[in-house]
Design a protein around this ligand. Structure first.
Ligand SMILES: *Cc1c(COP(=O)(O)O)cnc(C)c1O
Length: 369
């Protein structure tokens, strides 16, 4: 028996974002870092949850420093944050110094070439442009490499003419408190500080704020993930508040016989007569295909197993044990009982990737004052 799809006033998906919970998370993190200031990392559209909404809410909560990756992201935010400090983690991209200066955007400069270019822009504009000096202490990704750091230490006049706000580095394994990389990076960062002209420091990401703060505190912490409810202490209870809830309406219910299969490649076979619910969420929405036959949704607090392959626009659930479920009801795909970190574990990734992949088709609703 197949029930028809009943169109209704509500969209077929709802992604609810709790801005007050994000603000509470920021205040809690700032409280852990009381000896310095605490920024908010809102790159990748606020980890998929809306950079403008998140940043304007955090600005009202008292946050003054916001990190994005690119100048494009900063340009989208600047009109909403006229007085905040905006930083570009990806550095000074190509010959865009004038654009950065016009946005009052502070680049994290990670090479002698970038420093020279930013100094040239400073001279052209006749003012010392605000700058962050990014030193690499082990990521080997961005930031001054060892030889360029030695060059600067030998010739500190290469830094002249800029307004140095922070010396920054980024931890590679802060979510593992016993990783030897943490202490090694701390030592390299201390050596860089000693070799360079004195300036304030910026060190911790979310998980770094849960390392011993007598050693790992700095003048500006840069948490991202924990603001959005991801667990900064993997393996331990999540100290952060939940932020996202994703619900999807049941488009169809169908009853199948024992031995029938569901979805592409027939990867799930019913062991008993079963009822299957289909929702309009798929890998095109960032719902990971790797969660095929693994994830769970919730209905009335009950776990609902995902069965069969996740397809592009649709996912199927075994709702045999939920006789009250009707077409048009909402299954909860993400929420306090099935957080992004749990979906990530079910699909061999991290919560960061789940959040930043949340699809453009979801009907987004922001709650909070
Ligand atoms: C993304 C990023 C952060 C934020 O990290 P989280 O783990 O999300 O808290 C901080 N600093 C740098 C350099 C980053 O790239």
């Amino acid at each position: 028996m197949t029930e028809p799809y009943m169109d209704g006033p509500l969209p077929a998906t709802r992604l609810e974002i709790d801005l007050d919970a994000i603000a509470a998370n920021w205040l809690a993190l700032a409280g852990r870092h009381a000896s310095g200031e605490t920024a908010a990392v809102v790159k990748a559209d606020g980890y998929g949850l809306g950079a403008v909404q998140v940043a304007t809410r955090l600005r009202r909560a008292g946050c003054r420093h916001f990190f994005v990756a690119t100048a494009d992201e900063a340009a989208a935010l600047r009109p909403h944050l006229p007085t905040a400090r905006l930083y570009a983690l990806n550095g000074l991209y190509q010959a865009e110094a004038a654009t950065y200066a016009a946005l009052d955007l502070i680049p994290a400069l990670g090479s002698l070439g970038e420093i020279a270019e930013w100094r040239a822009a400073s001279r052209r504009l006749g003012r010392a442009l605000p700058s962050v000096l990014h030193v690499d202490t082990g990521m080997n990704r961005l930031g001054l490499p060892r030889d360029e750091l030695a060059r600067l230490a030998a010739e500190p006049s290469l830094l002249d003419g800029l307004d140095w706000r922070f010396l920054m580095t980024h931890l590679v394994a802060s979510d593992n408190p016993v990783a030897p990389e943490n202490a090694a990076q701390l030592a390299r960062f201390a050596a860089a500080r000693a070799a360079l002209p004195t300036m304030p420091t910026s060190l911790d990401n979310s998980s770094g704020l849960f390392l011993p703060q007598d050693e790992y505190a700095s003048d500006l912490a840069r948490p991202g993930a924990a603001l959005y409810g991801l667990n900064p202490t993997p393996g331990r209870a999540n100290p952060m508040r939940h932020v996202v809830r994703l619900t999807a309406r049941v488009l169809q219910l169908r009853d199948i016989g024992a031995g029938e299969t569901v979805g592409y490649d027939a990867t799930w076979r019913a062991a008993r007569p079963s009822r299957i619910a289909t929702v309009g969420v798929g890998y095109a929405d960032g719902w990971p295909r790797a969660a095929s036959n693994r994830g769970v949704a919730r209905f009335d607090g009950m776990p609902v197993p995902l069965v069969g392959r996740v397809s592009m626009d649709l996912t199927t659930y075994d709702v045999t044990d939920l006789p009250r479920l009707r077409v048009g009801d909402f299954l909860e795909l993400l929420g306090p009982d099935n957080p992004p970190d749990a979906l990530a574990a079910d699909s061999d990734t991290i919560g960061y990737e789940i959040l930043t992949s949340l699809g453009a088709r979801y009907h987004r609703v922001w709650h909070g004052s």
